[in-house]
Structure formats: C-alpha cells, structure tokens
Design a protein around this ligand. Structure first.
Ligand SMILES: [Zn+2]
Ligand SMILES: [Zn+2]
Length: 547
C-alpha cells in the first residue's frame, strides 16, 4: 500500500446550482421538434421533471461525508466527486455509461457511490483510493493515489485510452500508460490529457483540431474521398515540451492549455475566436508558449490556468485574472470581437483570486481574502450562475453571487449547465442553505412520532427530519454546534460502511450503491429556505416561510 501523498487535502461541503435535468442540459430541439416535445420525451425517459436550481444548494448525499474534490467540465452534464477516504461518486448524464455505475440508463437526482472498479482484464479491483479525476462530454477519468488511471464512458474516439473503441459502463484500469504514474488529468469533449509524475503530458482521444499536441490532426482521405480523423486510442506524448515540467493542464471543447513549473503557459488545438491566445485564429497541432506568460519577471508568470469551452483564463504571480477567447455571445469578448490574446478585465482591477474555473458559458473566480464568489457569463440559461431566485441568468460583467456572500469557498468547477462549489465547512451560514435533492419531510419527531413541542426539535443535517432534543439517542443535553445526524441517517451510513467491507463478492449492480440517490421526491415547499435549523437555539426567525 502506498503512503498518502503530502498532507491531507482540505474537504468541504458540496454546493450545486443550475440544471439538474441531466438529459436536457445543452440539448436543443431537433428541426420540427418543439422544446415542449423534447421535454415530454425526456420526462417519459426519466419519469420526472426537474427544475433548475436558481441558487446554490447543499448536495444532501454528502452532508455526512468529507468531499475533497467536486469536479465537472465545460462539456459535461455529469460530475465526479472524491471523498477523503478515496471513494468516487458520480452524478448526471449517463448515456454512454460515463457514471461508471455498470449501466447506461438515466440516473436522475443526486450522486451515487461508484460501487465497483475493474482491472483491464475485467476482474474486480479492491483497495483503490482515488485522489482526482476529470470529465469530458461523455467520459470520466479517475486517478488513484498510486498514479493509476481508470476510465468509463464513451470510447468512440479512444478517449478512454485503453487501445480500443469499446465503451465502458464501469471504471476500468487504463494499462496502456505502462509504468507512467498519473498526477493530474483533464478532459476535452472527446479527448484526455494525463500529467505524469515526471512532468510529462500524455494524450489520447480525438485529434481533430490538433488538440492532442502530437503534431497532427489525424486527418486522412478515405477511399470514398471523405476526410476522416483517426482516433488516437492509446496514449501519445505531447510533443515540443521536452525539458519542461508540466504541473497543470486543462481542456476546453477542442483546445488544451498547460502550465509548466516556471509559470509558462502553452496552448494548442482549435484556434477559433482566439482561445489559444496567440493573436491568430489558426489551429495549432503542438504546444506554443503564450507571450504574456514568458516574461522574465516572475510576477508575470502564471500560477493557475483554466479553460472554458471557447475561452481560456490564467492567474499571474499577483493572482490577477487574465482572459482570452470568446467568453460572451455578443459585444466585446463575443463572437464578433473575441479577445485574441490575454487581457485583464476592467471590473476585476485590484482583485486577487485563489482559483478560477470556466464552463460552457460561465466564468467563476474565488477571491483570496474576501469571503465571496464572483461569477459571470452570458446566457447561462440553466441558472448555473446561481444568482438566486428570480435573479438574472446572464451577466456580461463579473458580479458577486449574492446568496453566497460571507461564505468562504475552497474550489469551484463549472459544467455545461451546472456549477459545483466546494464550501469551507463549519460556517454557520451553510445551515441556512437549501438542500438538494428536495425531500418530503415528516412533521413529527421521528423517534416518538409526536408532532407536539416542535420548537424543541433538532433537525437532521442530512434528511431535515426532526427529533425532540429529549428523544435523541444518545441523549443530547443541548443543541450541538456541529452538524448533527438523526438515528436513521447514522445507521444508514454505518450499514453502508460495513456492507462495503464484506461486499466485494457480489456482482456490480446499481443497488450496491446503497444509500445512493433518492430520486427527488415530489416537490413540496423549497427546503427550509431562510429558516434556522435549530429552532430552539434561534427562535426569532426574521423571514416568513416561503411557499
Ligand atoms: Zn420525540
Ligand atoms: Zn437524517
């Protein structure tokens, strides 16, 4: 067994805003099909109609877990989460089996724990602890603490890297990387980039615009006189980076950016709208350093990079944000006048950020000092900016996400139509956030079944059900300061844990996920919005109940 990597990563509470109708996100009706017809088709498929989350909600399933990574991507309507004990959980669109749950059927609602992973030969693997991952349009990549890579989902373009084109509905070890140990990973729409512990960059998947960086777009003329691009199904080394130590990589739809240990930023792949930052719209088939980040002054070098679908971002040595490409639909920065090379945004003058992320149309930045979240993006129709109920879905300039003011975030990840925030735990305001998926909550105490004495009920931080303080087991004398979970949630977690220990002999079915998703129940009232969780400790709630 390998020793854990340096230090324990910080964990946080996972928040989500935006579209949760996974099969609808980013879908446009076909010619002759109205949006309503498409919606009915999807409803029939999933038997449920799911609203957009206009404000950030706490993901209920993670209430009693420590999540260290919450990951989605600009092309993805799915997500992957890693807990502090190395488990992977997945959530979202699953048409190609990208959730790695052993099927390709729709999974509505919240995250499910990945029940089983496999060796390349199809045997079950045990004791694999994941540390990070990445998601493409229909594929998911996981990296273990020993540097092993696992892949699930669509493999038409070879984006799973295991030297064939078979889709996988479960995570399978990618052995084609040989002895290379992965330390980081990123996914474009249909390709994958892996950083090795030697600081090298490996690529596989669609080469169509040169995004693999191996000096080709894989194009050749078929006998039928059609141009086709040969999928790259096994890892190739990205060329032109010899002698450089790559420490970070990120992908848009069809372009790649990477940062070396000296803070230089390289870009390659699809060059439309200036997203490569070289003042040209040409595609590049191998990495080229971006001038802005090659200066001799260390403060002008990059310390963090992020790619959105059609744009790129970086933070410099002073944590100032630089942006290039098409990051809007209209006006300056839009399709007509994209930013052809890195520029700063006037509205962010004086701001220093700890991290940045880009999605399908959204851009998020987390300030170093101030406890707030900054976001913008034009036409974020699924409410993935999370500005709040009835608020704008579109922002052409950076703005604070008002409902999140006062909260310190650790990380952010932007999807095609949803956004994930990792929120520093222990902040009181988290208890006021609504939870998702919404559940019907019993009015009575779940221990004595009496609905009397409501003011003395303690609400479970996972399922929201009430227990009289005097009915708690073990008996509590006063309202605890920390998260509290009801007997039934505590037992479910315990059961799940023991089950996992002796479960390795059972076949992999979705059921093995145990306390995984509950499909969102019939919507009643929005969950506990504005209310205080502990009515006794805080009887004067200054907000009326909202229906
Ligand atoms: Zn009771
Ligand atoms: Zn509970």
């Amino acid at each position: 067994m390998s020793a854990p990597t340096s230090g324990t990563p910080e964990w946080g509470k996972v928040l989500i805003a935006g579209g949760t109708d996974w099969d609808m996100i980013g879908r446009k009706p076909k010619p002759g099909e109205t949006r309503e017809i498409l919606q009915v088709a999807i409803d029939n498929l999933t038997c449920i109609s799911v609203p957009h989350l206009e404000t950030f909600h706490v993901i209920r399933e993670f209430a009693d877990l420590k999540v260290i990574k919450a990951i989605t991507g600009p092309n993805a309507a799915h997500s992957v989460f890693i807990t502090d004990d190395g488990d992977a959980w997945t959530m979202g669109r699953n048409e190609k089996g990208q959730l790695g749950l052993g099927d390709n059927t729709p999974h509505v609602g919240g995250p499910v724990k990945v029940p089983t992973i496999y060796t390349n030969a199809g045997k079950k693997s045990t004791n694999v602890k994941f540390v990070t991952g990445a998601v493409g349009r229909h594929h998911t990549i996981l990296v273990s603490d020993t540097g092993a890579v696992y892949a699930a989902g669509d493999n038409k373009m070879g984006q799973l890297g295991n030297s064939n084109h078979k889709d996988h509905t479960s995570f399978v070890h990618v052995t084609s990387l040989g002895k290379e140990k992965a330390t980081g990973v990123a996914c474009g729409a249909e390709y994958t980039m892996v950083i090795s512990d030697k600081g090298q960059l490996w690529a596989f998947g669609s080469p169509e615009f040169g995004q693999l960086g191996n000096k080709t777009n894989g194009q050749y003329l078929q006998q039928s006189n059609r141009l086709v691009h040969i999928p790259q199904a096994s890892p190739v080394l990205v060329s032109g980076l010899q002698g450089k130590t790559i420490v970070e990589v990120d992908c848009g739809t069809n372009h790649t950016i990477a940062r070396d240990s000296d803070g230089r930023v390289y870009s390659w792949g699809f060059g439309g709208y200036g997203r490569l930052g070289h003042a040209k719209q040409e595609d590049l088939w191998s990495p080229m350093p971006i001038d802005q980040f090659t200066g001799t002054n260390a403060l002008t070098r990059a310390t963090k990079i992020a790619a959105g679908s059609t744009f790129s971002m970086a933070l410099d040595g002073q944590r100032q944000l630089w942006l290039w490409g098409k990051w809007k639909t209209t006006g300056d920065g839009g399709g007509g006048t994209p930013w052809m090379y890195p520029r700063t945004l006037y509205d962010l003058n004086g701001w220093a950020f700890k991290t940045i992320n880009g999605g399908g149309v959204t851009l998020f930045a987390l300030p170093v000092t101030e406890p707030c979240t900054i976001a913008w993006g034009q036409g974020a129709l699924h409410c993935e900016l999370g500005f709040g109920e009835g608020e704008a879905r579109s922002a052409t300039k950076p703005d604070k996400v008002r409902p999140m003011e006062g909260l310190t975030m650790l990380d952010v990840s932007c999807g095609l139509g949803h956004t994930l925030l990792l929120c520093k735990p222990g902040q009181e305001k988290i208890q006021d956030l609504p939870k998702w998926p919404v559940l019907d909550v019993e009015e009575h105490c779940i221990e004595c079944l009496s609905a009397e004495d409501e003011d003395n009920m303690l609400l479970c931080d996972k399922c929201d059900s009430g227990t009289h303080l005097s009915c708690t087991v073990p008996r509590l004398q006063e309202v605890p300061d920390i998260d509290w979970f009801c007997q039934s949630c505590t037992r479910a977690k315990e059961k799940n844990r023991t089950k996992q220990l002796d479960d390795d002999s059972k076949p992999a079915t979705g059921a093995a996920a145990g306390a995984g998703t509950k499909a969102p129940a019939k919507r009643k009232a929005p969950a506990a919005k504005g209310g205080s969780k502990k009515s006794k400790a805080n009887p004067a709630s200054d907000e009326e109940d909202s229906e």
